[in-house]
Write a protein that binds this ligand. Structure first.
Ligand code: ZN
Ligand code: ZN
Length: 268
């Protein structure tokens, strides 16, 4: 699996993107071709891989079919042959939901496959969908919201301890809909960063957050500053579900990283 080093790759790389193999709106082939056309040097496709440990999660409506892994890999391998040259490299990845209940078997299967990298993400607190829509959040009391967040951060500690992941996705995701005070969980995030540092993996600066109700990249500047203190590599990613978003707000991301203390990030 790919291992990133501090401070992280240049801005003309993007490792967190989705196609119609999961919840993206565009065919995989077109997404990859667009990435090359707009001048990305390293492009990673990372459709959702969710193996739900219990019923009631409905993950099949937005994640890849679990019997199609080989087909996904073969499709990407074919595109690699066609598109790769000295200016463009295509990486085969997945965004994997972490669950304590099945992490060992799920990660064993994926690390045995020819995939290049795995993103470790948490989209569920128990069966509560963290980032699906604002409606379930509106129905929660303050105490319930706190419980959802506590479970989220505990799960993220588990993900951060897995060296199979190249980096952790959208670290402070529960802030997405602006329904919680993200600062209340700063210490939780720092605990996760301590584990990420020990495991020797990275985190991402995910620019999609700027276009959600929270109107901020994931994770916050305060968390990125702590990541820099720990010399944790940061990968700037669009989490694009549409090829038009492949480099969305990357210059703004570079500015935020500078504010966090990271060395200046350029497009080369
Ligand atoms: Zn995600
Ligand atoms: Zn994603």
């Amino acid at each position: 699996m790919i291992k990133f080093t501090y401070p992280g790759p240049a801005l003309n790389c993007c490792y967190h993107n989705h196609s119609s193999w999961s919840d993206g709106g565009t065919e995989l082939e077109e997404v990859c071709r667009t990435a090359k056309k707009i001048g990305l040097r390293e492009f990673g496709l990372s459709d959702h891989w969710v193996v739900p440990p219990k019923d009631g999660m409905n993950s099949e409506v937005w994640s890849m079919r679990l019997d199609r892994l080989n087909e996904y890999v073969t499709t990407l391998q074919k595109l690699k042959k066609e598109l790769e040259d000295e200016t463009f490299s295509l990486k085969m990845g997945l965004e994997v939901d972490f669950f304590y209940e099945n992490a060992d078997s799920v990660l064993k299967e994926l690390t045995d496959s020819p995939l290049d990298y795995l993103i470790g993400s948490v989209h569920y607190s128990d069966i509560f969908p963290i980032d699906h829509s604002i409606e379930p959040w509106i129905a929660l009391s303050e105490a319930e919201k706190k419980e959802i967040c506590e479970i989220y951060w505990k799960k993220l500690e588990g993900a951060a301890a897995r060296k199979e992941f190249s980096f952790i996705g959208h670290l402070d995701l529960p802030k997405k809909f602006g329904m919680i005070n993200n600062d209340d969980y700063f210490e939780h995030a720092v605990r996760v960063l301590d584990i990420v540092q020990k495991t020797g993996i990275g985190i991402e600066l995910n620019t999609a957050g700027w276009f959600k109700e929270c109107e901020e990249q994931y994770p916050s500047l305060a968390i990125l500053k702590e990541a820099n203190v720990r010399k944790i590599p940061v990968i700037v990613n669009a989490d694009a579900h549409d090829p038009a978003h492949l480099q969305r707000n990357f210059e703004k991301a570079a500015e935020v990283l500078c504010k966090a203390g990271y060395p200046e990030r350029t497009f080369h």
